[in-house]
Design a protein. Structure first.
Length: 301
């Protein structure tokens, strides 16, 4: 789900906010929430699977070092411009002091930088290099790539680090690696956990809350690189094309002209329905208007 998807969901619920504001919320509050939850985090296992994957940041490939334990808990992530011994050393030096846990076994691929780094930082750990032994972290990379695919690209290394670390935090939260929301039903566990974390970073006592300074133009979107507000002239139909491309991007391709026509026409119908161009679902609350409209249509057909 992208920031524009979140923007549409909020509009359906009567909250008008720009997708850039949602992006700024993520950059501001994701590190605070992860930091507040660190005391409730389960201790990771003693077998770590370490590997690196690739993401594009402002059109340039970057390496993302990631590690999970045998239970699927994401241990740490690091965005790096290089894939060398210095980057691997920096990754382990971030993860070891933070968790205060030393693994007994580290599973990696056959990259030549790992033996020297592990002998230096974790000499007592067994360095396991075997074909298919690192499949768990390879499969876990796909979870990250699936989340990044709907987005329109990462602009800076700093924002990429925050977003990827926030994804790891949410992944651990959903998998039950935090003592948060344990009394709530499974469907409401994440919401209950965020309620507890929100109370930790923004106490109910106004004198103790940390207020976020907000710019008067906080909802104004950033212009693309090399463009200014004076020379940006996007026509309405060009902006509307971007909504269609944004919806098609997460899909794995359209197989036939017929299915392509149906999907694009269905997108146009849903777009008009959300924008209120049909006399459907008028008596329902804004959050349920689309569902009410589809219910009326289902009865008609």
């Amino acid at each position: 789900m992208s920031y524009r998807d979140v923007e549409e969901l909020l509009v359906e619920r009567g909250v008008e906010v720009d997708h850039v504001t949602v992006f700024r919320w993520v950059q501001r509050f994701a590190p605070l929430l992860a930091d507040a939850a660190r005391f409730c985090r389960h201790s990771p296992g003693d077998r770590w699977h370490v590997d690196e994957t690739y993401v594009k940041v402002n059109g340039v490939w970057r390496y993302v070092y990631r590690a999970i334990d045998q239970y699927g808990q994401v241990i740490d992530v690091l965005v790096s411009t290089r894939r060398d011994a210095a980057a691997a050393r920096r990754f382990f030096r971030r993860a070891l002091p933070t968790l205060k846990v030393t693994p007994n076994e580290v599973v990696t691929d056959a990259a030549p930088v790992y033996p020297g780094v592990l002998d230096e930082l974790i000499p007592q750990a067994w360095h396991h290099v075997e074909q298919h032994a690192n499949n768990p972290i390879e499969a876990d990379h796909s979870q990250l790539k699936q989340r990044l695919r709907p987005m329109r690209g990462l602009r800076t290394d700093k924002t990429a680090q925050v977003i990827i670390a926030g994804h790891a935090f949410m992944q651990n939260l959903r998998r039950g690696h935090y003592e948060l929301g344990v009394d709530a039903p499974p469907a409401l566990r994440v919401a209950a956990a965020f309620t507890e974390l929100a109370q930790a970073i923004c106490p109910a006592d106004p004198t103790q809350a940390q207020h976020v300074r907000r710019s008067p133009n906080a909802t104004a979107p950033f212009p693309p690189r090399g463009m200014t507000s004076s020379n940006m002239r996007t026509t309405p139909i060009e902006a509307d094309h971007s909504q269609l491309k944004h919806r098609l991007r997460p899909m794995r391709g359209l197989q036939t002209d017929r299915t392509e026509q149906l999907i694009i026409a269905g997108h146009a119908f849903m777009q008009n329905l959300r924008r209120g161009h049909f006399e459907l679902g008028l008596d329902a609350p804004p959050a349920l208007r689309v569902a009410a409209a589809l219910t009326e249509l289902a009865r008609a057909i």
